[in-house]
Design a protein around this ligand. Sequence first.
Ligand SMILES: C[S@@+](CC[C@H](N)C(=O)[O-])C[C@H]1O[C@@H](n2cnc3c(N)ncnc32)[C@H](O)[C@@H]1O
Length: 380
Amino acid sequence: MNRLADGQLVHDVLAVPDVTEAYRQQEIWDLKSRLAYDVAGRIRQRYETEIAPAYAREHGAAPTSRHVIGELMAEDPATQMWSALRRSGQEQMWGLVAESTARQFTRLTGVAGSLLGSSGSLTLDASVTIPAYLQTVDIHCMPTGYYREHGPDDLTAGALYDRGVYIYAAGQLGAANDDKGRSVIEHWLDVHHPELHPEAILDMGCSVGHSTLPYAERYPAAEVHAIDVAAPMLRYAHARAASFGLPVHFSQRDAEATGFPAGSFDLVVSHILLHETSTKAVQNILTESFRLLKPGGLMIHAEYPPFTTMDPFAQFLVEWDTTNNNEPFWSTVRTLDLEAMAVRAGFEPDQVTRELIPTGRRLVTGQSSAGRIGLIVARR
Ligand SMILES: C[S@@+](CC[C@H](N)C(=O)[O-])C[C@H]1O[C@@H](n2cnc3c(N)ncnc32)[C@H](O)[C@@H]1O
């Protein structure tokens, strides 16, 4: 398959930028990368060499709370500039990709329509309610959110997400944005369960199927299902999977109450779904995962690492997205006792573990947690 000049793998429904769009997308990529790596690194240096020592002189020790660090850094002009540019860069990125996607709307919907029935399946259900946590904000400043439709057969949000995430992560999630699915397989499943031959797999909150497809590749004998509440993401996901020649059954369902019969799956997974929900929803998703597993089946939810795995300054950097990037649950999810919640969901305590695995490539945040993803794993 071809790749764009910036490395993204081209498939049939990718919103391929024209020359002008590519040039402008590259500019914003450069700005965002510079802010995430170089500038964030310099701000940390400034904190460690000037701001924390000054605080320690007054209070006897450097701050240990991300909230105190946040108050100190809010007074720092370099941090103010970094924060303003990050927010503006985020808005510009989505805006540029949205323009490019809108220009290609007719072609993309046509191609997606022509791929229906070619591989796997697509089942939409207009009665599925979009949860409040997805409706109250345009998550990570993505203009349409995941679910809004601008007409029949609209897949714009999916196209926007696929291209936008690649630029957002500066390509660090891999040419097919599939690093999280690959990492769970390579660094956990293949290490701990090389013998696994699942008959049925479910990926919850699949969005455009970035993490789903590695499972379809790794377990070709399995029936792979992927669910999301957002119809535009699923339309795009189905066309994208078909374009890669991978049969996946996409359906519009709520991960909190999927409607699948109990005991349907050997493996239930999700990847960075939990941080976009709520504490109540996380509990419901774990309870639903337990219900859906066959005896002996495995649940793996991959989510950004908890605050306990990073130093206070890294926690402060993480918090930026909560307060500035329309990610209201981004910090709270890192404080949840997921093991206790899994036990409340029905799993036996000795069948539940929390793990930290490498992601194949560096994540984009410039934080000390970069390059790792957390897992809550349980066997039924
Ligand atoms: C960050 S994206 C997930 C990314 C994807 N799993 C991956 O690895 O690339 C979160 C997705 O979860 C979906 N979502 C959020 N809450 C959901 C729920 N209760 N049920 C199903 N999907 C949900 C959103 O619509 C969105 O597409």
